[in-house]
Write a protein that binds this ligand. Structure first.
Ligand SMILES: Cc1cc2nc3c(=O)[nH]c(=O)nc-3n(C[C@H](O)[C@H](O)[C@H](O)COP(=O)(O)OP(=O)(O)OC[C@H]3O[C@@H](n4cnc5c(N)ncnc54)[C@H](O)[C@@H]3O)c2cc1C
Length: 483
């Protein structure tokens, strides 16, 4: 079964137009970020309308219930240490966490040779491959040192910003590694973490990502991005990650309008006028809680400042496809394996055990990103299914062929998402246009995870960005009421 977007079916589900509305603040985008802003403003007694293009809320989170109480996460999945804002929101909404299954050994495949290792050993999450470790140790140390020199949320203000934004991550890696093996594994990691290859992202943009993997008390580190223990993959959500948005939208009630893409934002001295497919709204402020490349698809009157438009043309989303195979039970656990795997052969070079909390049924996740997504995204889902199952067979043996169900979700094919998991800048983007990521344009405020100071690209960043914008707007509304 494939979970691709069926626009024709969705068009058929669209409801009739609603009467025009007048509110204090209109929010474009019903993902975690937009809904967090709406929740915080509404808690402060400020009236809101949330306009969501899709027929569901949740954006880059999508939890599919394939059996009663059993959820496949087709988008955002994990939360972890230092992600304080999403953890606080979970508590507030009564959402529960459970630890990512991580007992047993991880599989490592290189050039057709398979081995296993424990992530509690001296190399941590890295495979104990003597031809890989020296490069990995040097690169990780340097990357962490460089990332620590960035002011959180403002990488363009780092002393070396120009130099680091002039080169791609891959150029830098080639200069600082000895073995091609290190480049291969770096590529497997980037394909999953960023949905792209090291040649597409500037070194500064990659460092910005690492600098963000922390909080005000704990500087971001590369280890925290990739680790399960103490890292970004530490916990999963019992009820499914989409519940953050579903519960916030339920509390906001009729303020949230789905199946209503915003087409036009017209700004005047006194307010904003928003046109969407189902409803037009007048407001004092508008929050655009979309990744920049999706915000570029809206018409703005008057036109936006050139720097903002140039930024939206350059800050690109990655391409990530999630593939999940469901088995009667997690058979790999009986072999002492954690379900984690790392390989140089695609399409799925990275795998995880994503079985439900009670371990029944067994579910394996394979990430297909970057060049692999570009290669496989245009082929049939059946071809991709067969190829990913062969990856799983090479990791966990022939039992991996006994698949009960298989889900594919290609985020670049989703008309209202067009990619994932995150957006990033190529060379020159952050130093040339970085401040335009967040700088509001009159009554238009930019939000979404890409604008966060910490954990941008993650669900935690989406909450942080949403809360920042809510605070800014409250202050502005207070100032204008005092005039
Ligand atoms: C495959 C995948 C795996 C991921 N894994 C993780 C993970 O494990 N942990 C983690 O923390 N994060 C993960 N992420 C990232 C995380 O899901 C996102 O950072 C987060 O959900 C972004 O929230 P947001 O509200 O900023 O943006 P979005 O979720 O992108 O929300 C934007 C919303 O705007 C809507 N929209 C678009 N255009 C319009 C328009 N014109 N009018 C109205 N609405 C519009 C979209 O439909 C969408 O609902 C993953 C993402 C993907 C895709």
């Amino acid at each position: 079964m494939s979970m691709s977007n069926d626009t024709a079916a969705k068009d058929g589900q669209k409801s009739a137009r609603l009467a025009p509305r007048k509110v204090d603040v209109v929010i474009v985008g019903g993902g975690i970020s937009g809904l967090t802003t709406a929740r915080r403003l509404s808690q402060a007694g400020i009236s809101v309308a949330v306009l969501e293009a899709d027929d569901r809320v949740g954006g880059r989170t999508l939890s599919y219930e394939y059996a009663p109480g059993k959820i496949a996460e087709l988008g955002g999945t994990w939360v972890g240490s230092t992600q304080d804002r999403i953890l606080a929101l979970a508590k507030e909404l009564g959402i529960n966490l459970f630890p990512q299954f991580n007992e047993g050994k991880t599989v490592y495949c290189y050039k057709g040779k398979r081995s296993t290792y424990s992530d509690t050993g001296w190399t941590g999450a890295a495979p104990p491959d003597l031809l890989l470790l020296p490069d990995l140790a040097i690169v990780t140390t340097l990357i962490n040192q460089m990332a620590s020199r960035l002011p959180p949320g403002e990488p363009w203000n780092a002393p070396e910003a120009e130099e680091w934004d002039r080169q791609t991550l891959e150029t830098w890696l080639r200069r600082h590694t000895l073995s091609t093996r290190a480049l291969k594994f770096a590529s497997a990691a980037f394909e999953t973490i960023l949905g792209t290859e090291g040649r597409d992202i500037s070194l500064l943009s990659a460092l910005h990502h690492i600098n963000g993997a922390g909080n005000a008390q704990n500087p971001g580190t590369f280890d925290r991005v990739i680790e399960t223990r103490g890292g970004a993959q530490e916990f999963r959500i019992v009820e499914g990650a989409q519940q953050f948005s579903i519960r916030m939208a339920a509390a906001l009630g009729e303020s949230v309008v789905t199946s209503s893409p915003v087409r036009l934002i017209r700004q005047s001295e006194d307010g904003v006028h928003i046109e969407s497919d189902r409803v037009d709204v007048e407001a004092l402020h508008v929050v655009v809680a979309l990744p920049p490349s999706m915000a570029a698809r809206i018409t703005y009157e008057p036109g936006l400042p050139a720097a903002r438009d140039q930024l939206m043309q350059r800050y690109a989303l990655g391409w990530l496809i999630k593939c999940e195979a469901v088995y009667d039970k997690p058979f790999w656990r009986e072999q002492g394996l954690s379900g984690g795997a790392l390989s140089d052969v695609g399409p799925a070079k990275l795998a995880y055990d994503v079985s439900p909390p009670d371990g029944s049924p067994g579910v394996l996740l394979g990430f297909v990103g970057g060049d692999e997504a570009r290669r496989w995204g245009s082929r049939s889902h059946e071809d991709l299914r067969v190829a990913v199952i062969e990856n799983f067979v090479s990791f966990f043996g022939p039992k991996a062929r006994e698949v009960r169900d298989f889900y594919i979700h290609d985020w670049a094919s989703e008309v209202w998402n067009r990619g994932g998991p995150i957006a990033f800048g190529g060379p020159g983007t952050l130093t040339g246009y970085g401040p335009a990521l967040r700088d509001s344009v009159g009554r238009i405020h930019w939000s979404g995870t890409e604008t966060a100071d910490f954990w941008h690209g993650f669900m935690d960043g989406a909450v942080r960005a949403g809360e920042r914008v809510a605070i800014d707007i409250r202050a502005q509304l207070k100032r204008s009421s005092q005039k």
